[in-house]
Write a new protein. Structure first.
Length: 398
């Protein structure tokens, strides 16, 4: 016997919570834990644009060979245009190396392995708080993970001055992981003006931004949510960008993502692409052909692209409507308490301000499931459960 010494795996806290929800026999239970977009009927939508893309793929037929290590050329080119727009100087200069990856999580981990191999002295800094798996993935790659100030629990907003002070004092060549939009878990985002203030800090301290863009389109819009990527690219900064189509195309199980590295010039980009390919080859060898077909067709097809953009706009609008409804009911049920942060936070997630004991009460007494930190997936709300959720929250806040 070889494995008696293994430590038991406690499970991922969010996925384990989702399993507990599934096992809960109570009628009327509400799942606001896992980061998945649900429609007004509480279902994961099968977007018409995705169905149409798959129908075109099926009609085209053909074999299903291994993709190249770096993935589909069509998808990679479409991703670059999505991030930067057509005819961006960084693309014209050939200084962007892009991989198709196994979701943005795959991109994050490939990038982490790359950094550990080629920038071994660089620590990585993540926001406080950040997505739990950020720390796990980068520590798992052997990198030292620290945090910088971000969320202000007192206001439900951003500790921007403290963030800037910390970044300005980091060792040179440190890696700074930042959420481009729809911050997970807080929903608190940097404004365009604040991103502009960060550019000279990043440049002067020779910091390497690592941008996570998992929710493009859920903040202000598909084009608007790429603002930070385009700003830093225009400033000539080197950076990593991991992006995902899980939420924006509702293709979670397809694991459709990409990793782009912005380099000093085209020669450097070729070196980076080569070593990224070597990293992938040692890991999963090549990505999925079906995911590539969906993404590339939707992004370049003149009929499917506007259809998809309209669908994303609809999903964003529904989330915003749920924020307004939750805010209205809570404000009425708990007079004197300010819930405006539900209106200013953006995307799928919000920090509710509930502590772990209150979250436990929500689950045990009201069958409303939130993450222990108080993070709520607003996309799990609908007209059938938003009042029930608000009243349960009001009860535990009393």
């Amino acid at each position: 016997m070889f494995f008696q010494h293994l430590e038991p795996y406690a499970g991922d806290p969010i996925l384990s919570l989702n399993e507990a929800y599934q096992a809960d026999p109570r009628p009327g239970k509400i799942n606001l834990s896992i980061g998945i977009y649900f429609d007004e009927q509480g279902r994961i939508p099968n977007l018409p644009s995705v169905q149409a893309a798959e129908a075109k793929m099926l009609a085209a037929g053909g074999p299903k060979p291994y993709l190249p290590i770096e993935g589909s050329a069509a998808m990679r080119a479409a991703v670059q245009t999505l991030l930067l727009g057509a005819d961006h100087p960084a693309l014209a200069a050939g200084r962007v190396a892009t991989l198709q990856t196994v979701g943005s999580s795959g991109g994050l981990r490939v990038g982490a392995d790359f950094l550990r191999r080629w920038l071994p002295g660089s620590g990585i800094w993540i926001s406080d708080p950040s997505w739990d798996n950020h720390r796990a993935m980068f520590e798992g790659a052997g990198l030292t993970v620290n945090s910088y100030p971000y969320y202000d629990a007192a206001t439900g907003g951003l500790r921007f001055e403290a963030m800037c002070q910390t970044l300005a004092g980091l060792p040179k060549r440190s890696v700074v992981l930042m959420h481009v939009c729809c911050h997970n878990p807080t929903g608190v985002d940097l404004s365009p003006a604040q991103w502009q203030q960060l550019v000279p800090i990043l440049r002067d301290r020779e910091l390497l931004p690592y941008l996570d863009l998992a929710y493009q389109g859920y903040g202000d819009g598909i084009e608007e949510d790429a603002y930070a990527v385009r700003l830093l690219a225009q400033a000539g900064l080197s950076m990593f960008v991991a992006n995902s189509f899980s939420k924006s195309m509702s293709v979670y199980g397809e694991r459709a993502g990409a990793l782009s590295v912005f380099c000093a010039d085209a020669d450097e980009a070729q070196l980076v692409l080569g070593q990224l390919k070597a990293t992938v080859r040692r890991n999963y060898s090549s990505p999925a052909i079906h995911a590539a077909g969906i993404v590339s067709r939707i992004l370049v097809d003149p009929e499917l692209r506007p259809m998809w953009e309209a669908e994303v706009n609809g999903m964003r609008a529904r989330i915003q409507a749920m924020r307004r409804r939750l805010h209205a009911v809570l404000s009425a049920r708990v007079p004197g308490r300010n819930f405006d942060y539900f209106l200013t936070q953006r995307g799928m997630f919000s920090y509710t301000g509930l502590n772990p004991d209150q979250v436990a009460r929500l689950r045990d007494e009201f069958a409303v499931y939130l993450v222990r930190s108080g993070r709520m997936c607003v996309a799990g709300l609908n007209e059938g459960n938003v009042v029930q959720t608000a009243e349960a929250m009001a009860a535990v806040l009393a």
